[in-house]
Design a protein around this ligand. Sequence first.
Ligand code: GSH
Length: 248
Amino acid sequence: MAKSTNVESISGVQKKKVPSQLINNLPTLYCYETCPFCFKVKALLGSRKIEYSKVEVNPMKHTELEWSDWKKVPVFVDSDGTQVNDSNYILHYIDEKGDNDFPRHGSNSKQDEWMDFSNSILGKSIVAVIYSSYFSSLKALDYVTKVDNFSFSSRIINKWLGAFIMFFVGRSRAKLFSMKPRENLQFQLDKMAQGFEGEYFGGKRPNGADYANYGILRSMEGLHGFDILENHDLVQPWYIRMQKLSGI
Ligand SMILES: N[C@@H](CCC(=O)N[C@@H](CS)C(=O)NCC(=O)O)C(=O)O
């Protein structure tokens, strides 16, 4: 995937190798448990049966990513120490090195557009729904109280302050769309379903667009607004197919 020169200049494969950041000598994913972009990568690793280690990054302090210039998750470190930043770049990297099953970026405009849709529209649409009230935000942030590598104070701060911050993030995302959050998500799922070419975006087999959008939606499971997906005639069966394939 081509690198752009501005803000995203460190997306993609990095020149400097970082083998010391591998855990148990396995490909290592730096992530937040509930991050939608991280679920994209987990889904692909799962469906390709790639064994990997996971590092849970503290969303307030980012201590676990001190070694990296890129502070967002996911960050993927391959078994030879290659660092790859940014979810869609990571999907392409893993596929190209393995089954080489997706069209490469730039060679299939439909796949590229739907992969972009996962970040620019779907990711923002789910955030607007999940964090639409302080109560639903607290529910979404509850996972941090169960993360072993966080201190007791971090767990409390991450949950209560994190929910407060995410409630405002949710409101700002909601302002990007003219419809109310739930209506908008329904609308975006209807639109997304028009991209299916039969069973998947990729036709008979999933491509990058399937993993990108599945990952985003997978992060909503059990949270406020997931019922919209569960009741969608076309998206729900596709979701179940993706879930079976990826095992997550
Ligand atoms: N374009 C990036 C976006 C990643 C992203 O925004 N991740 C969020 C977590 S869901 C993040 O790390 N935000 C910065 C922060 O939490 O400090 C990707 O697709 O990987």
